[in-house]
Design a protein around this ligand. Structure first.
Ligand code: GYE
Length: 326
């Protein structure tokens, strides 16, 4: 019963946050007790398996830490995130955490939170604000490093090849930190050898549907694709459908590298349809709650907290799958 009431309160607040008219100013309401920390959290959306796992991690960690979470889903739109943050400021939450859909355009709203003395933590994705006092810390992966790991696998895989290697790239959401950085890291590594050619590169918005659609277009417009580099598993999985639809064998006719290592991606890797996955952990919830508690106690925290992650080939995926958490 209590859970249902909590869910209703959260649903109401989410709607208020999305419409930008939530101004009750009431604290608590989430079952964490009167002096419980209230965190406003603006999530990017529900575009991928990674995102779903990340949302679960944040929600369950908040519950465990007795932090009242006011959760708002921005449906991949920056304007919704800005409205949600403004609404959190009006509600006088104790702390705001958010995963910025794109890197630029945050200074004004972050300044508003700062003026209201509400600390902000960036989770998962970075902003490009020059003024780094606008947020307390950035918790998340090193996306440039992820792109480099993808490139390093490719260089090794084709080390004896003499011919040109034609690569198509499915980019993440345009302007997002993971899309910018995964592209840059990969390009830097493969750029050392002119035989690697990115023959087409376009956004698939981190979704399966868009990944499939764009890959279909690539297959029509671009002959002789050797390799697909997709900035996440979901786009890679959509692309696999397109490749099979075109009568080609994913993992063989076209080698596939993706990022994330969510269960569906790992299954496709174990099945031989993907060749290599760079891990990006979505399990940021516990660290986020810990950082929030420290900030509110006035403790010093590092300006950057980088997630630890690994990579998987097909054999490693088979071994890891049975115990994979997400
Ligand atoms: O890789 C992708 C998701 O920001 C790291 O966003 C995250 C990315 C993740 O949609 O699947």
């Amino acid at each position: 019963m209590m859970k249902r009431i909590t869910a209703l309160v959260i649903a109401g607040l989410t709607a208020a946050a999305l419409t930008g008219c939530g101004s009750s100013g009431s604290e608590g309401g989430g079952g964490g007790g009167d002096d419980a920390i209230v965190m406003g959290f603006s999530q990017v959306g529900a575009e991928s398996g990674w995102r779903t796992a990340n949302t679960k991690s944040v929600q369950s960690a908040a519950e465990k830490s007795k932090i009242t979470l006011r959760f708002s889903d921005a449906q991949q739109k920056q304007e919704n995130q800005i409205k949600a943050i403004r609404s959190f400021v009006q509600q006088k939450v104790d702390i705001i955490a958010f995963s910025p859909v794109v890197e630029s355009g945050w200074d004004t709203v972050l300044k508003e939170a700062q003026n209201a003395k509400i600390p902000v933590i960036l989770t998962d994705r970075a902003v490009d604000s020059k003024d780094t006092t606008l947020y307390k810390t950035f918790l998340g992966s090193d996306f440039v490093e992820e792109g480099k790991k993808a490139g390093q696998w490719l260089v090794e895989e084709y080390k004896d090849a003499k011919d040109t290697v034609n690569i198509v790239e499915l980019q993440g959401t345009t302007g997002s930190a993971p899309a910018n950085d995964r592209k840059a890291g990969f390009a830097e590594v493969i750029g050392a050898d002119p035989k690697f050619k990115i023959v087409a590169s376009q956004t698939g918005d981190f979704t399966r549907a868009k990944g499939k659609e764009v890959m279909e277009a690539f297959l029509k417009s671009t002959p002789d694709i050797d390799v697909l580099y997709a900035h996440n598993d979901d786009m890679g999985l959509g692309a696999i459908e397109a490749i099979e639809g075109a009568g080609k064998v994913p993992g063989k006719d076209i080698k596939i590298i993706t990022v994330d290592a969510v269960k569906d991606g790992m299954q496709a890797l174990a099945d031989g349809k993907i060749n290599f996955i760079v891990e990006c952990s979505p399990l940021l919830g516990p660290q986020l709650m810990d950082l929030a508690q420290k900030v509110l106690k006035g403790e010093n925290i590092p300006a950057r907290v980088v997630t630890e992650e690994t990579t998987f080939d097909q054999e490693q995926a088979k071994a890891a799958l049975p115990t994979r958490e997400y």
